[in-house]
Each structure stands twice: as structure tokens, then as C-alpha cells.
Design a protein around this ligand. Structure first.
Ligand SMILES: NC(=O)c1ccc[n+]([C@@H]2O[C@H](COP(=O)([O-])OP(=O)(O)OC[C@H]3O[C@@H](n4cnc5c(N)ncnc54)[C@H](OP(=O)(O)O)[C@@H]3O)[C@@H](O)[C@H]2O)c1
Length: 289
């Protein structure tokens, strides 16, 4: 198939291009920056330079590529309040859906998040309600509703992405906070997914039926569970009590639907993923306690 990958230069996009190519697909990948075109070519995609917030340019670009399916991995984390991301989810997704529909594309696979479920005692499944009081709700609901307008719109509700290039990488923002001692134990839940597994889910989802699917690993964890393991992997001191951090919820998240659809994470638990972090204390062979 011919795939248009919007957000091809991101953490997930860069991993996804080779997977798509290996699976026999032809890939056109978007970036706003002409300077990233060579990187996309090297990964195996034809670069398409376009801003998703420019509706008419995006419509022209999608029409010119004539894709069979569109994958949406657009994210904008340029401000601390996530306002740019919310705007991109609302306007960028609207523009992408309209451009895809105008080009008679039937399938769209889009990135959403798995930490918006209302609190509860059991692992959240896709039919459970989202919590409108949480700040990302407006953007996420707009994105998911727009994607549902496609003849086949699949929404991937990703857990907290970790792995090289993410906030959890040894050079990432969360690692810095842990080393600075500003991230602390808390009772809230995080459901993780390795960036490689996020990419493999996007490839698999090209064949999935319409609807939302949680893409998280097998082991949702409270901050009290994962933070000491993560800190040890970084060689940082184990943090004290109380506090909160991004991507947490009052509830673990279930991946049963994704597993039933045939997705098999390469990292079924963050325990393995953290211990294999490049530059981690375990990988360096040093003691971490
Ligand atoms: N996804 C989330 O909601 C979220 C929340 C918290 C933390 N994180 C962290 O963010 C990282 C996730 O990586 P990611 O792949 O989702 O994001 P990313 O690595 O920041 O990639 C974002 C992609 O979106 C593209 N993009 C952004 N604005 C665009 C626009 N207006 N028009 C067209 N393209 C646009 C970028 O392209 P160009 O820049 O090349 O134009 C890039 O390809 C991880 O480190 C994760 O820990 C993500």
C-alpha cells in the first residue's frame, strides 16, 4: 500500500518508516522542515514538506500523494502547557481528516493517549469513559472524534512512551528530573509502552477494524513500583514520597484488545525496557543501588 505518514520525523515516525518499508509499503513522510528531508530519504520514505496547520497545503500534499492509508503521528511539545499540542490535535487532525476524505482515503491510524480514563479499580478498557476534567481531554476528544469520521479510523491510545529519543531516555526530561530529585513516589498509575512497540502497533493497525485500542505494555505500574527501578537503571538515588508526574492516571490500563488483535509487544514490561536503556547503569555493568 501507499502510506502517507504525518509526523514521520518524530520518535514513533522514525521507527515506523523502516517497519512499513519492510512490510512492503511505499511511504511518503511529512515534516515541516526541508532540512529533515534527507533523514526521511535515508529511512526509506519520500519526504513531503508540509505544515499540518496549513489546511490548503495539506490538502494539496495528500491529493498529490494519493495514499491508500494515512498514519497520524503528529505531536507538538514546544510549550510546557501542551497548548500547541492541543491545537495540533484539534486543527491538525481536522485538516488531515478533511484532506484524506477529499482524496478518497478510507483508512487512518492516529496517535492518541491512554491516560485519560476516569479513575477506577479495574484496568481501563476502550469502552470505559474518558475524564473531561483532565486538561488534554479537549484536544484528545476532538482528535478521536475527527478520526471516527473516516470510513476506517483506528485510534491508538498510547501509554507513556519510553526508549531512545523519549522523555524517559537517559538524556530525556524525566531522567533529568529524577536525577535532580524532583520526581517522587506517588500512588498514581502509569501504563508504559516502548517506542518500538508503539511503532509496531501502528503498522499492525493498518489491518485493524475502526475504533480505539489501548497500546500499553502488560504491566501497569504505580509510581512507587516503577520509579525505584527506573532510578536504579539511571544510577540515580531512589526518590522519596509524594508528588505527581505526567502521563499518570487513577487507573491501570488494559492491553487485552490489542493482544487479541494480534499485537505482541517486544517489551511486555517496562522492567526489561528500563534495564536495556542505552547508557543505563545495568547496561554499563555498574551497581545501581
Ligand atoms: N504524544 C504525546 O502526547 C506526549 C505527551 C508527553 C510526552 N511525550 C513525549 O514526546 C515524545 C513522543 O514522540 P512523538 O513521536 O509523539 O513526537 P515528536 O517526536 O515530538 O514528533 C512529532 C512529529 O510531529 C511533527 N509535527 C509537529 N507539528 C507539526 C505540524 N504543525 N505540521 C506537521 N508536522 C508536525 C514533527 O515534524 P517536524 O518537527 O519534523 O516538522 C514530528 O514528525 C516522547 O519523548 C514522549 O516521551 C509525548
Amino acid at each position: 500500500m501507499k502510506i502517507l505518514l504525518a509526523g514521520a520525523t518524530g520518535v514513533v515516525g522514525r521507527r515506523l518508516i523502516p517497519l512499513l518499508v519492510q512490510a512492503g509499503h511505499e511511504v511518503a513522510g511529512t515534516t515541516r522542515r526541508p532540512g529533515r528531508a534527507d533523514m526521511l530519504r535515508e529511512l526509506g520514505a519520500t519526504p513531503v514538506v508540509v505544515d499540518a496547520l496549513d489546511a490548503s497545503a495539506l490538502r494539496k500534499a495528500v491529493a498529490a500523494e494519493r495514499p491508500d492509508a494515512v498514519i497520524h503521528q503528529l505531536t507538538d511539545l514546544s510549550d510546557e502547557d501542551f497548548e500547541a499540542n492541543s491545537h495540533l490535535r484539534i486543527e491538525g487532525t481536522r485538516n488531515l481528516v478533511e484532506a484524506a476524505l477529499a482524496a478518497n482515503v478510507e483508512t487512518m491510524v492516529a496517535q492518541s493517549i491512554a491516560w485519560l480514563y476516569k479513575p477506577g479499580d479495574t484496568p481501563a478498557v476502550e469502552t470505559d469513559p474518558l475524564d473531561p476534567s483532565l486538561p488534554p481531554y479537549e484536544g484528545v476528544a476532538a482528535l478521536e472524534n475527527a478520526v471516527a469520521e473516516m470510513p476506517r479510523g483506528v485510534v491508538l491510545r498510547y501509554g507513556a512512551l519510553y526508549g531512545p529519543g523519549t522523555w524517559y531516555a537517559p538524556d530525556g526530561a524525566i531522567a533529568e528530573r529524577v536525577r535532580a530529585g524532583s520526581l517522587r513516589l506517588a500512588p498514581s498509575w502509569t501504563s508504559f509502552v516502548h517506542a518500538d512497540d508503539a511503532a509496531s502497533a501502528a503498522l499492525a493497525a493498518l489491518d485493524w477494524p475502526a475504533g480505539a485500542v489501548n497500546i500499553v505494555d502488560d504491566e501497569p505500574a504505580t509510581t512507587a513500583d516503577w520509579l525505584p527501578v527506573y532510578s536504579a537503571a539511571l544510577g540515580a538515588p531512589t526518590p522519596g514520597s509524594a508528588g505527581k508526574h505526567a502521563a499518570t492516571t487513577g487507573r491501570p490500563v488494559s492491553n487485552a484488545k490489542a493482544l487479541n488483535l494480534g499485537w505482541k509487544p517486544q517489551f511486555p514490561s517496562w522492567r526489561t525496557g528500563f534495564s536495556q536503556m542505552e547508557g543505563s547503569a545495568a547496561m554499563n555493568g555498574s551497581r545501581s543501588d
